[in-house]
Design a protein around this ligand. Structure first.
Ligand SMILES: NC(=O)c1ccc[n+]([C@@H]2O[C@H](COP(=O)([O-])OP(=O)(O)OC[C@H]3O[C@@H](n4cnc5c(N)ncnc54)[C@H](OP(=O)(O)O)[C@@H]3O)[C@@H](O)[C@H]2O)c1
Length: 349
């Protein structure tokens, strides 16, 4: 089977690099086009990028020229990893030109006709594509994946929400520096330090969680209803967002029932055997001091959310710890899995 050519917008950034790494041996998609800012345009990828990953730049990609970030000459499937201010202008331009834009950016996530999707949680929301004006006019559309902290949280909440319901969620994050892009936070600001502020992050976690767990009603999503509060901190960790979560359930559950809900959680991507779907989307770790970014971030090739430390909460019902890889499950891997779902559902024909 010949592979489908795809393009990457923002190919030189932290997330763009992960796309290139994850797509090197992808069975369905092949990187055929790269674009970034005009600082990079016209250079080879190897000249333009400050490659920060431990594997080498794939030989075929190193010599590819960075194209202008315009739809002319671009493939019809675009993975986008642009800053949100730029994405807000550029993603609609590509969708208008008939491209399927699979985006990481927050720019359009909360737009009512744009699906915000985690394939294990709300694959049905993909059908919002059909309500988009771009789709009707040119066949193009935009699909988004959530914020890198929301995704780990929602993968941990979804199995519990489905079995027991949720009344309240409190989340405190400890977010890795790679979440801020490259060069991101200055070393003098973060070394030996914790920064208790990430612009717009708490709002994104709250609203995206409720949209992701919401239900399709005709041609729109009704957000899930529970009280939700997030507090977000940047810490001196390279990769991996850790989150301390407290929840109040709608119906009572024993700890072993909650752990079973996590460990048994399987969904469409596992049933369809999508290439980037982890065998287990959520795994509960029994050790008292896990999960930890240093040891647990690569579970399921970075696509599995690790959960641990389930115990009673003195304020709500239960508390636990969540760990998720921010540039894989929280960004490039999330978008690749969304594209695989789109292909499996016939949207990339
Ligand atoms: N890092 C994470 O963990 C993470 C997780 C989830 C979502 N996201 C989201 O993903 C997006 C990308 O994040 P990142 O961390 O990869 O950022 P980044 O490292 O700062 O990379 C930004 C990319 O955008 C390109 N760019 C900048 N201005 C441009 C322009 N005017 N036209 C075209 N391209 C332009 C840059 O190209 P040059 O190299 O040429 O400047 C670079 O390729 C953001 O919206 C971010 O919020 C990031």
């Amino acid at each position: 089977m010949s592979k489908t050519p795809i393009g990457i917008l923002g190919a030189t950034g932290v997330v763009g690099q992960r796309f290139i790494q994850m797509l090197e041996h992808h069975p369905w998609f092949e990187v055929a086009w790269l674009a970034a800012s005009d600082r990079s345009e016209g250079k080879t990828y190897a000249e333009a990028v400050r490659w920060r990953l431990k594997t080498a730049i794939p030989a075929k990609i190193a010599g590819l020229k960075v194209s202008p970030a315009t739809p002319q000459g671009a493939p019809k499937i675009i993975f986008a990893a642009l800053d949100s201010a730029i994405a807000a202008e550029m993603e609609p331009r590509f969708a208008e030109a008939g491209c399927a834009v699979v985006s990481n950016s927050s720019a359009l996530r909360m737009q009512s006709d744009v699906p915000l999707v985690i394939p294990e949680v709300n694959a049905a929301h993909i059908q919002l594509i059909e309500t988009q004006a771009w789709r009707k006019q040119s066949g193009g559309y935009v699909v988004t994946n959530p914020n890198c902290s929301a995704i780990g949280l929602v993968l941990a909440l979804a199995p519990i929400y489905r079995r027991f319901g949720l009344e309240a969620v409190m989340a405190v994050t400890m977010q890795a520096v790679s979440g801020a892009g490259y060069p991101g936070v200055a070393s003098l600001d973060i070394l030996g330090n914790v920064i208790p502020y990430i612009k717009n992050e708490e709002e994104k976690m709250q609203e995206e969680t409720q949209k992701l767990l919401g239900k399709m009603n005709g041609s729109s999503v009704i957000p899930a209803e529970f009280a939700m509060s997030a507090q977000c901190n940047r810490v001196a960790v390279e990769d991996g967002h850790t989150e301390s979560i407290s929840i109040r359930l709608k119906s009572k559950a024993k700890p072993e029932e909650i752990i079973a809900a996590w460990n048994e959680f399987r969904s469409e991507p596992q049933e369809m055997k999508l290439p980037s779907a982890p065998e287990k989307p959520v795994v509960y770790l029994e050790a008292a001091d896990r999960p930890q970014p240093r040891f647990d971030i690569e579970m399921g090739a970075g696509m599995t959310t690790a959960v641990g430390r389930l115990r009673p909460c003195g304020v709500l019902d239960w508390k636990f710890t969540v760990l998720s890889h921010n540039t894989i499950r929280g960004a490039a891997g999330a978008a690749v899995l969304n594209a695989e779902l789109l292909k499996a559902q016939g949207y990339l024909a």
